[in-house]
Ligand binder design. Structure first.
Ligand code: GTP
Ligand code: MG
Length: 243
């Protein structure tokens, strides 16, 4: 059983090497792949030094987490992956058990996809709290029970990921994480949400930059959910929800 851990990474030189070293200690002895989004820092060299394979993101648009994840899936499948695990590359308290906890239920065929959830700092997760969860409750009750519908910690069989990304509506940007969740749920996949403890990641260093980033994220997540709602005929009676 070959497990490949994929880190989409853009300017994560401070954290990526440690993340790679940590996941390599998982009981699954995964291979590690970094999809570099044209980082201006030493992300690429740090990743190679830590023993990962590095590929360059295929399209030069940013933010493009969706493109990076799609590229990662294609490459991991070429490498012979049976199971693919995505993790964010900016996590400072990652442990090997995160990989084990995400992979266990997929290996044991308890589910087709597993997703991490965690305790977060009060200021963290604004787009989750203000957009992803309320819109899920309104439009996709199938996923309303997920604590972290925008979690970037996602594990699934390579077969499932390959099927999902064949869809040409697969989003290029921040919508990808909830898109995987909605699409898998609508295919009646079994999806587990696995508790990973607390998540500490490097952000919130510059208020203005963060707000601009969150606004873009909010726009892309909204767009993804509404496109899915149209696709699954959930918003023909949207008036019902207006105040
Ligand atoms: N290749 C690639 N990776 C990206 C891109 N945008 C984000 N990432 C990576 O995707 C992961 C999640 O991005 P973050 O910026 O941490 O997103 P977030 O955790 O929702 O936001 P913060 O709260 O600011 O950390 C990180 O590993 C990023 O480096 C991109 O355009 N290309
Ligand atoms: Mg982050």
């Amino acid at each position: 059983m070959k497990i490949v851990v994929v880190f989409p990474a853009r300017n994560e030189a401070d954290t990526i090497a440690k993340c790679i070293e940590v996941v390599k200690q998982s009981k699954y002895k995964p291979e590690v792949l970094v999809v570099d989004g044209n980082s201006a820092d030493t992300t690429r060299n740090e990743s190679l030094r830590a023993g990962a394979t590095v590929i360059k993101q295929s399209k030069g648009i940013y933010p493009a987490k969706g493109i990076a994840m799609k590229d990662g899936i294609k490459k991991a499948i070429k490498q012979g992956a049976d199971i693919i695990v995505f993790l964010d590359a900016d996590i400072t308290n990652l442990t090997p058990e995160w990989v084990d906890l995400l992979v266990d239920p997929v290996v044991e065929k308890e589910c087709d996809m597993s997703r991490g959830f965690y305790r977060r700092a009060a200021y963290d997760g604004a787009v989750t709290k203000l957009i992803a969860r309320p819109l899920s409750w309104i439009l996709f009750p199938e996923i309303a029970h997920f604590n972290q519908p925008l979690s970037g910690e996602i594990c699934a069989t390579a077969d499932l990921f390959e099927t999902l990304v064949k869809n040409r509506n697969c989003p290029a940007g921040w919508g990808i994480d909830i898109w995987f969740l909605i699409e898998a749920a609508m295919k009646n996949c079994h999806i587990a949400e696995v508790y990973l403890g607390s998540k500490v990641h490097t952000s919130r260093q510059n208020y203005d930059k963060d707000v601009i980033k969150l606004a873009k994220m909010a726009e892309q997540v909204n767009l993804t959910i509404f496109k899915e709602a149209i696709k699954y005929k959930r918003i023909d009676n949207i008036k019902r929800y207006t105040l």
